[in-house]
Design a binder for this molecule. Sequence first.
Ligand SMILES: [Zn+2]
Length: 144
Amino acid sequence: MRRLSLEEAGVFHGHLGPYLTLGYLAGELAVSQLDPQSEFDLTVRVELPLRRPETCFLDGVQCSSRCTLGKLSIEVAESPSGKGIFATFMNVKSGERLEVAVREEVLAKLRSMEGSLSEAVDWVLSQPVDSLFRVRRSRGPSLG
Ligand SMILES: [Zn+2]
């Protein structure tokens, strides 16, 4: 099945902003690394500040990873520090896990930007994925 593009994620969400884009890219990374074979193979737990615009990240994750509210495959919690954005994806078939944390420098940069939404999106898209996220791959506890 075809995946939603970032532009289509913007249509779903209502606007195309930098946090939506970060979530989209995080979900895309999880799909490429964990290789789910069906829309039920991947789950995600996201910890983030429960306020906009940070929560826009959640819709990006849903659109690219297919971990959705309706399938109960996305779980959301307030980040312990009240500021970071962390997503832990799990392929429930393989037990492989991918932890993706948005780098603090990226969040600081977005908070400091005063331009338009599209400038912020362009900035996010111009960064290599490595400089947007800290990524750690591991096995899930169920399979040791
Ligand atoms: Zn938004």
